[in-house]
Write a protein that binds this ligand. Structure first.
Ligand code: TYD
Length: 210
């Protein structure tokens, strides 16, 4: 059976994942490298419905473990319906967020504990981890500044969290970088989009051809 490549993009809010992924995908298309772009939470009809519940600004009463379970549920549905079929066909899958987001946001920043959140995600994903992860490293202060400047961007429930929460998300990702040094590549997100994508493209092309 053909085996594709599962690549995920991670970062705090405002770290520029969307812009960087768009530029990378333009370049891949120019090289005639096909890929599947997807995102979490969401990426399939059922998973998008779960996304709406999680991110709805009126759901301020949501319990943190409920939130973690909903992300894991959305992840599983997306994995089964979208990611795994594409990987089985040998495709390159590029996902805007995956499991590391839950570890950083729910596990570390919300304080549930990374191990506990990892445990429910093991159940949800049956241990399917990305082959490669790009983490866009930007301080939460700079990230929030970018969000404030980008008025077109929709403001969701998690964007409304206090600065302290985003600082914790940042710390959570730093722990993950240390824990998974082979899988997670750190990209300096203070650089220009062109420079960031040069680096990502280089690593990715090398991996595709190996
Ligand atoms: P989204 O609008 O997709 O933001 P972004 O462009 O930053 O990815 O909203 C997703 C939000 O959900 C974002 O604040 C991160 C958060 N999130 C978690 O807390 N846990 C998760 O497992 C995932 C996938 C996302």
């Amino acid at each position: 059976m053909a085996k594709g490549l599962f690549v995920t993009f991670e970062g705090g809010d405002g770290s520029g994942k969307t812009t960087v992924m768009e530029e990378l995908e333009r370049r891949l298309s120019r090289r005639r490298i096909s890929f599947l772009h997807t995102r979490e939470p969401g990426g399939s009809v059922i998973a998008e419905e779960i996304r709406n519940v999680i991110l709805d600004r009126k759901n301020t009463a949501m319990d943190e473990r409920t939130e973690a379970l909903l992300y894991a549920a959305s992840r599983r549905q997306h994995l089964i319906e979208i990611v795994l079929p594409a990987l089985r066909q040998g495709q390159l899958v590029l996902s805007d967020r995956y499991l590391d987001s839950s570890l950083a946001y729910q596990g570390y920043a919300r304080g549930i504990g990374m191990d506990e959140v990892y445990a429910i995600n093991l159940f949800a994903t049956e241990k399917i981890l990305p082959d490669l992860t790009f983490y866009l490293d930007l301080s939460p202060e700079q990230g929030l500044l970018r969000i404030a400047k980008n008025r077109d961007r929709e403001v969701n429930r998690l964007d409304l969290e206090k600065e302290n929460f985003h600082r914790k998300v940042y710390e959570g990702y730093q722990i993950l970088l240390k824990k998974y040094p082979d899988r997670i590549k750190r990209i300096d997100a203070t650089k220009s989009v062109e420079e960031e994508v040069d680096e990502i493209e280089g690593i990715l092309l090398k991996r595709i051809s190996s």
